[in-house]
Structures are given as C-alpha cells and as structure tokens.
Ligand binder design. Sequence first.
Ligand code: UDP
Ligand code: MG
Length: 144
Amino acid sequence: MEQTLAIFKPDCIERKLMGKIITMIENADFAILDIKMVQLTTTAARAFYAVHKGKPFFEKLIEFMTENPILVAVLQKENAVQDWRDLMGDTDPEHAGDGTIRNEFGETVRRNTVHGSDSVTHAKEEIAFFFSRNELLRINPQKS
Ligand code: UDP
Ligand code: MG
C-alpha cells in the first residue's frame, strides 16, 4: 500500500486547525500510520526544501517553516501520494478547488497550511527525513 508524507505547517498549528484537517484526512479514508510534532531548525528546513534553494521564495519559506512547530504524519492508502495532493489542492489557495484544504484554510501561496510529497520516490525520502528506522519498522513490520 502506498504511503506519503503530510506536514501540517506552522500556520495550521497556530490557528488550531489540526483537528479539522485530521478529520478531512480520516474522511478521505487515509490511515494515519504515525504522527508527531517537530520543531524544524533552520538547517533542517533548508535541507528538507533543498530542491527550492535559489528560488525567490526560498528564504521566506524557511522563515515560515521554522516560526513554530509542525506536525508530520505518514498517510497510507491506495494512490496515497496523488490522493493527498488532490485533497490539499493547488499550492496557491486562490487556485485550489472547492473542498480542498488549501482552498478552505490556506492564507497565501506561502502560508498554505499543508505539505504533501509529489512522487512515490520523494515520499519515501521525505518519510525517512522525519521518521527513524525504528519508527519505520514499527509502521512497516513486514520489512523488519
Ligand atoms: N511557496 C511560496 N511561494 C511560491 C511557491 C511556493 O512561498 O511562489 C511555498 C509554499 O509554502 C509551498 C512550498 O513553498 O507549499 C513548496 O513549493 P512547491 O512548489 O513544492 O509547492 P507544493 O508542492 O507545496 O504544492
Ligand atoms: Mg512541493
């Protein structure tokens, strides 16, 4: 079964939207395999978003992602990567479709409430970025 990484970004935690978004995840039939609060350091945020290094929004993105704790979660279902991106909606809340998280809760193209991996390969890397080998063996016992 496919897995993806979800992040509830600092704006989500600050506005106490965690419960609402977990409900949307559960209603969309994802299993939440693991979930935890993390305070990103600047170094960790720069590493996580390394693909965007040099883009005009990069430094502001790092500032935003480190301003408060985040919640990171491993979501599982058939087609988890694409289904989670569909539930999040477009990066820019103004372009995100009705019923999506970013349409409902996103404030700006930066403060857009949630993150999701963009491919199965990146999902594996992003899950491994936040979850240790021991945690991954616990949620994937068949791989031990
Ligand atoms: N972002 C931003 N300005 C932009 C584009 C992106 O601040 O013009 C931020 C936004 O928080 C976004 C993140 O950078 O979610 C990563 O950008 P990406 O293009 O990967 O969008 P995503 O995959 O999150 O939809
Ligand atoms: Mg992305």
